[in-house]
Design a protein. Structure first.
Length: 56
């Protein structure tokens, strides 16, 4: 009986640990994606404030 309980607790701990690792890797991937998006936005020049019609 005690062995079965210990086995279940070990399985629960392993499951919680693997879930925590997966969440950590997802958080890391999310922060990398946000950083990449911010870098891409920063590299695009701002549009010109005024437009002039040079043909007129």
């Amino acid at each position: 009986m005690v062995e079965a309980i210990m086995g279940m607790q070990t399985a629960q701990i392993q499951s919680a640990y693997s879930t925590a690792l997966m969440k950590r890797s997802m958080d890391d991937a999310e922060s990398q994606a946000i950083s990449l998006i911010n870098d891409m936005i920063a590299s695009v020049p701002a549009p010109a404030q005024y437009t002039f019609d040079v043909r007129a």
